[in-house]
Write a protein that binds this ligand. Structure first.
Ligand code: ZN
Length: 253
């Protein structure tokens, strides 16, 4: 048994008993860490003690290997992200990113992944509302890349042929993991992407959301189905409907 101090992001928290909560915190060293927080329940509940989901927190816990829940002994907010709650699309977007990480049951730490999530939440918090769709879609794809699921956009995922960048429409097969050439895409039910949408997807993957991204709802559907196929969560992502509603009021369709 050892006492560990780390900084992380509070991804989820739910009541466990009268006085306890179970919290899941993304940490650079141990991935998504489930912790039993005795006596924290009152603090985490709204308005008391000011700990909110998505806050950057410093935690002290006792770690024992082989145990499902580690024991949290201290929690301090390093940076509040309470402001995410001011717009539906910001909060729902952050929730969707958290769902991706929780679906993966990430048991090993990744400093790069933690940094990506931290940066994404800060952008969701700070950027003007019209930039939020691009920020969110880009962050969603970036997290998938960090988790080992980068979509293939350069070569056909079935036959390996190099793809024609100018091709008018190519099928994107979420199940097979990327674009199909015109020959292979004939019998695919995947979404059809034109050169503009494919370029936008490349920019999102590179962490450079295009200015005035068009078709944000189409891109959201693409991200959702790809994440469902590769993260294979126990249930569909609960936040997608809220993100969709938030995007609908944010972007001009
Ligand atoms: Zn092919």
């Amino acid at each position: 048994m050892s006492t560990v101090q780390e900084e992380g992001i509070l991804l989820r928290s739910h009541p466990y008993s009268e006085s306890s909560r179970v919290v899941r915190i993304l940490t650079p060293e141990r991935g998504v860490l489930p912790l039993m927080a005795r006596g924290l329940r009152r603090r985490v509940e709204k308005g008391e003690g000011g700990v909110d989901t998505f806050d950057q927190v410093r935690i002290v816990y006792t770690f024992r290997s082989g145990r499902d829940l580690q024991t949290l002994t201290e929690l301090d907010v390093v940076r509040s992200r309470q402001g995410l709650g001011r717009d539906l699309v910001r909060f729902a977007g952050a929730s969707l990113l958290a769902e991706f990480l929780l679906a993966h049951a990430l048991e090993e730490g990744s400093p790069a992944l933690s940094q990506e999530m931290e940066g994404a939440l800060d952008l969701l918090l700070d950027r003007p509302l019209e930039q939020v769709p691009g920020v969110l879609l880009s962050a969603g794809w970036r997290l998938l890349v960090h988790l080992g699921f980068a979509p293939e956009l350069g070569r056909c995922v079935r036959c390996g042929a190099e793809l024609d960048e100018e091709a008018p429409l190519l099928r994107f097969s979420a199940g097979q993991g990327g674009l199909l050439c015109q020959g292979c895409g004939g019998d695919s039910a995947g979404s059809r992407l034109g050169p503009g949408a494919r370029n936008d997807l490349r920019s999102l993957l590179a962490g450079r959301p295009p200015e005035g991204l068009r078709g944000a709802l189409v891109h959201l559907a693409l991200l959702e189905v790809f994440a469902l196929n590769h993260l294979a969560p126990n249930r569909p992502f609960q936040s997608v409907a809220l993100v969709r509603a938030g995007l609908g009021s944010t972007v001009a369709r």
